[in-house]
Write a protein of this length. Structure first.
Length: 528
């Protein structure tokens, strides 16, 4: 009997703004969702707190997509859709709010389901893989000006390392309406390690040194702290973020299961089934969960706070949020499925050829005749049934035909008008207080909760807005599929404003400016 290979995932993370006075805010965000098998890093760009808004939006949309992923879902398709959705949301917000006009972000994401890993990537944040034999592979190619020149053979790696444009990326989320995403799926073996990191790490630590650190790391959290210490020793010129993931076999070598022994068995492709424990997700940025193996006291927090301030969480599956409001929790669980390869045996002689006796041939022929007989009988019964049905319908219509009645004039009825999404949205903007009174009484679906959250946001009741928008996100899977993507973008935009003080200020100023412009227009036309 083949043994199904299960992989146990452990991880840790760290994020820090670095030492440069030019970068007072930590614009990195990350995900560490072990129960969903999702890990990601985003390095925001744009300055003036725009970069952290962009990176947070990317992580939030990616997390929502995979928390709701079904066991048999296509991870690569889901990752493409989530990254494309994040790109559209960031691009739209950068055009809606002038203060965020230059924002964009990189993203590198890893999803593990059993021994299948899916990688999505835009920008120059990287993913490394260390296999059980100690070989380090960079699974992503940097989308940067100098790295593309190196790959084209027009620049050497040494020249790229000191080139003035070495930090200029050629591809990012939010920079254009559409984005080209690098995606791939790979098979992994037990005792494989991954490192996802921003360029604040790789500009100070070369690949060879990273390999040694991964090989010799006593545990994931110690490795994260070592990476930060090395970057600090070498200047820490940029925000730095690292997420370390280890995929280990759940069973020791030779472990017996169902009467079979693991040794000397044929290799089997299998995905992992994790214990169904609820996954607690706190809405905010950056999304992170500390390693369960982390020491009780850490010299530095393993989670970077949204506006550059650092925060750390001690809960096994919490996402840190640095906002003035209380943390909003969503609970989900994910049970991974098994994949197994089953062999189909057949009788054979000593030479390996299949054998069929005369009795077997006769038995098969008799069975075939019985099948044909049953098919013919079924066709006859169908024909008889159709004839009887037609005759019955004819007599029923003859004897049950109602007497003709006089035609009645149609009674005019009042037309019921259902407001469109944009009409409801306009009403919420026009009178958020009345909308809160109406919607809070009985919100039924994702759309109701979104409009309620928007009304709270317009009324500057940010804690209640965050709760309502979280409820809207949780109900998205039940929303009408044709409109789901559009509503998801609306929710992501609203949540990005709610969870960031700078975005809230910019949003309020934009509303005030629009109100003043409308008043000026009314005054100039004589409208009171």
């Amino acid at each position: 009997m083949m043994m199904q290979v299960e992989l146990q995932i452990s991880s840790a993370s760290i994020s820090d703004r670095g030492l440069s006075e030019k970068r007072p805010q930590n614009e990195d965000s990350y995900l560490e969702l072990r129960e969903s098998g999702l890990f990601a890093v985003a390095d925001g760009v744009g300055g003036a707190q725009a970069g952290d808004v962009a990176s947070q939006m990317a992580m939030e949309i990616l997390a929502e997509a995979f928390i709701n992923l079904q066991e048999d879902g296509d991870a690569e398709s889901r990752m493409r859709q989530a990254i494309e959705r994040a790109n559209s949301a960031i691009f739209q917000m950068s055009h809606d709010l002038p203060q965020l006009s230059s924002m964009a972000t990189t993203v590198v994401a890893l999803h593990i389901n059993g021994n299948v890993a899916t990688v999505g990537h835009v920008g120059d944040s990287r993913l490394y893989k260390l296999d059980p034999f100690g070989e380090l592979t960079q699974e992503t190619l940097d989308h940067s000006v100098v790295e593309e020149e190196v790959r084209a053979g027009r620049m050497s790696p040494e020249e790229a390392a000191i080139h003035p444009s070495r930090n200029v990326i050629s591809r990012a989320l939010g920079a254009e309406p559409l984005v080209d995403i690098d995606l791939k799926t790979i098979m992994i073996e037990p005792n494989t390690m991954f490192l996802a990191c921003s360029d604040g790490v790789t500009r100070h630590i070369e690949d060879g040194e990273l390999r040694e650190l991964l090989i010799n790391a006593p545990d994931e959290m110690s490795l994260c702290q070592t990476i930060k210490d090395i970057c600090y020793e070498r200047g820490a010129e940029d925000n730095l973020t690292a997420v370390v993931v280890r995929a280990e076999s759940q069973f020791p070598e030779g472990f017996e299961m169902d009467g079979g022994v693991a040794e000397d068995e044929e290799e089997t492709i299998a995905t992992a089934r994790h214990e169904e424990e609820p996954e607690v997700v706190e809405v905010g940025a950056p999304f992170a969960v500390e390693s369960a193996e982390a020491p009780a006291e850490q010299p530095e927090p393993a989670v970077a706070a949204f506006a550059g301030e650092e925060a750390a969480s001690d809960e096994a599956a919490a996402i840190a949020a640095d906002t003035d409001s209380e943390s909003i929790s969503m609970t989900s669980s994910n049970s991974q499925s098994f994949l197994s390869i089953l062999s189909d045996g057949s009788s054979s002689d000593d030479g390996g050829n299949s054998v069929s006796s005369d009795e077997e041939v006769a038995a098969k022929s008799g069975s075939f005749g019985k099948v044909l007989g049953r098919i013919f009988a079924g066709i006859v019964l169908l024909a008889l049934g159709a004839a009887v049905g037609a005759a019955g319908y004819h007599f029923w219509t003859v004897f049950t035909q109602p007497e003709p009645v006089a035609q009645l004039e149609p009674v005019p009825t009042e037309q019921i008008s259902v407001p469109t999404f944009e009409q409801t949205k306009a009403k919420v903007y026009e009178d958020p207080v009345a909308s809160i009174a109406t919607l809070s009484a009985n919100p039924r679906n994702a759309e109701d909760y979104y409009f309620l959250g928007l009304a709270y946001l317009l009324n500057e009741r940010y804690d209640e807005a965050a709760v309502a928008l979280t409820n809207a996100s949780e109900r998205l899977p039940d929303y009408e599929e044709a409109q789901r993507d559009n509503l998801a973008k609306e929710i992501a935009l609203a949540r990005s404003v709610v969870t960031n003080p700078a975005a809230r200020t910019a949003f309020a100023e934009s509303l005030k400016a629009a109100e003043n412009a409308a008043q000026d227009a009314n005054s100039s036309t004589g409208v009171q």
